[in-house]
Design a binder for this molecule. Structure first.
Ligand code: 3PG
Length: 212
């Protein structure tokens, strides 16, 4: 049986969403995130080098690395071959979910409506990504959607930054929060690993405060 996303994350509540323009950035990025205290990260399949980046970041050892923006079952295969420990998708696609099951990798599909939540439930999933969280109405929408689905856990992602992190983490339906604010493409383009580390430290501190 496929391990759940929850056990794969092993208590990590902050998911750094990474769109990495060049494979040369993978090593220094993994170093900066791990030095800042991050424990898990999602490499999006939005760049031609995403698989190489994923492979190198997974080899770093300090992070549980998964694949994001996975849209097709063929991309699931490539992501898993590159070492993805979990798969995240912006939406709900039965083919993606089935392929993840077949390959024994936890999958977190995106949902934005109660109908999509019911499809996720029917597929036997207990964790979904609320996407795009802030544009959908943020915590207010998350709470309204979560109410009829008491067993479902959420990974809100999309438009969230440090200022909103603690509020999301305080909600019992929230398993983890995803976001790119700690390590944006702009950070990476200018080689600002120092700021990536600083923002990661701040975010990890907010996570730790939320657990006390
Ligand atoms: C994602 O792919 O999950 C989102 O693009 C991340 O959203 P953010 O860039 O607004 O944090």
């Amino acid at each position: 049986m496929t391990a759940g996303f929850d056990s794969m994350l092993n208590g990590c509540r902050l998911l750094a969403v990474l769109t990495v323009p060049s494979t040369a950035m993978a090593g220094p990025l993994a170093d900066a995130l791990a030095a800042g205290g991050a424990r898990c990260a999602e490499v999006t399949f939005r760049t031609p080098g995403a698989e190489r980046v994923l492979k190198e970041m997974a080899a770093h050892g300090g992070l549980v690395v998964g694949a994001g923006t996975v849209l097709t079952s063929e991309q699931v295969e490539r992501a898993v071959a590159a070492g993805a420990r979990f798969v995240v998708s912006p939406g709900f696609d039965e083919g993606v979910v089935a392929k993840c099951r077949e390959l024994g990798v936890p999958v977190v599909p995106g949902i934005a409506t109660a109908t999509e939540l019911m499809r996720a439930l029917r597929a036997g999933l207990d964790t979904v990504k609320l996407f795009p969280a802030e544009a959908l109405g943020g915590l207010r929408t998350l709470r309204a959607l979560a109410a009829p689905f008491p067993g479902m856990r959420f990974v809100p992602t999309g438009g969230i930054d440090a200022s909103r992190l603690a509020a999301y983490l305080a909600d019992p339906a929230v398993l983890a929060v995803g976001g790119s604010w700690m390590a944006t493409s702009a950070h990476l383009e200018r080689g600002d690993y120092k700021d990536i580390r600083r923002l990661t430290v701040e975010a990890v501190e907010a996570v730790e405060r939320s657990m006390t």
